[in-house]
Design a protein around this ligand. Structure first.
Ligand SMILES: C[S@@+](CC[C@H](N)C(=O)[O-])C[C@H]1O[C@@H](n2cnc3c(N)ncnc32)[C@H](O)[C@@H]1O
Length: 271
């Protein structure tokens, strides 16, 4: 069973939050705590596969075809249009980032993804890293969706059939498991997105999060981070450096498969 996230050490929120931010945080805190207490769970939720993607441009189709051949998979046989395309976009980013920087992909190791939401992209990480174990960690496990299923149910559906893959409900700041590869896709490094994701500011503790990432990396381990645009990437990099991580490489995706408001900035770090 998942463990209860320990968010007590992050309370109370820092003084520099505005009154409005504090009020919103308190409101989200109520729902967050309620969902963690109730832990609503029915059964694994599986998306209805779309079968065939629609509405793509010719360059998107060409790139998806390349990924299908290279990784021998078809996300549309597992997921609806949105999730299938989002998985291709993450796989495309991984593939292009590693290829364009001539980096050897660390396969066969222990892989952890920090802040995985419902781990809708577990299949992508699995195909790319071919991990010995793959663990998605998120502090919020039991958000209830309009379908009547919880995030936990969705995560169980997304990891179904993937060997040695699990979903852990925990605050990663409290997780003490070593990993050869740690990934973080769009981690919170400023407070506004935390509130936009309907989470309380008590879960926002980037210093502790990056510190834990640095501690959990094995000596040869690699931390792979994706941020939204260069401003956010600069803030994240600052947290990384302060945690003692060493920047290895940086790459900006010139043309993501799915349009984003800011170009994804990829960085690799060692402990
Ligand atoms: C911006 S979302 C990104 C979700 C996912 N990585 C993706 O690309 O769709 C950040 C996620 O990190 C989770 N999170 C924030 N702080 C965390 C922590 N300390 N430990 C684990 N998960 C955390 C949030 O619950 C949220 O799901």
């Amino acid at each position: 069973m998942p463990t209860t996230p320990d968010i007590s050490r992050a309370w109370p929120p820092d003084d520099h939050y505005s009154l409005l931010q504090r009020c919103r945080s308190l409101y989200h805190e109520l729902w967050f705590r309620l969902s963690e207490r109730i832990r609503w769970s029915r059964q694994p939720y599986h998306e209805t596969p779309i079968g065939c993607l629609a509405g793509l441009t010719s360059w998107q189709i060409a790139r998806i075809n390349e990924l299908q051949v290279r990784y021998n998979l078809r996300f549309e046989t597992h997921y609806g249009q949105h999730t299938a395309l989002a998985n291709y976009a993450y796989l495309d980013l991984l593939h292009q980032a590693w290829t364009n920087t001539n980096r050897p992909v660390p396969q066969g190791g222990v892989v952890a993804d920090v802040g995985c939401a419902n781990f809708w992209y577990a299949r992508t990480l699995h195909a790319f890293f071919r991990p010995a174990t793959l663990t998605g960690v998120d502090v919020e496990g039991f958000r209830l969706y309009p379908t009547g299923y919880s995030r936990y149910d969705a995560a169980r559906g997304y990891i179904a059939g993937l060997s040695q893959t699990s979903f852990l409900v925990a605050n990663y700041c409290e997780v003490e498991t070593k990993a050869d590869v740690i990934t973080a896709w769009f981690p919170f490094v400023t407070p506004s997105p935390v509130l936009a994701w309907r989470l309380p500011l008590t879960v926002f503790s980037p210093e502790r999060l990056f510190d834990r990432i640095a501690r959990n990396l094995t000596s040869q381990g690699l931390f792979f981070m994706v941020n939204q645009g260069s401003d956010e990437a600069a803030i994240a990099a600052d947290y990384g450096r302060r945690a003692g991580l060493q920047l290895v490489d940086r790459w900006v995706h010139p043309r993501p498969l799915r349009t984003r408001p800011h170009p994804p900035v990829v960085t690799w770090w060692t402990a």
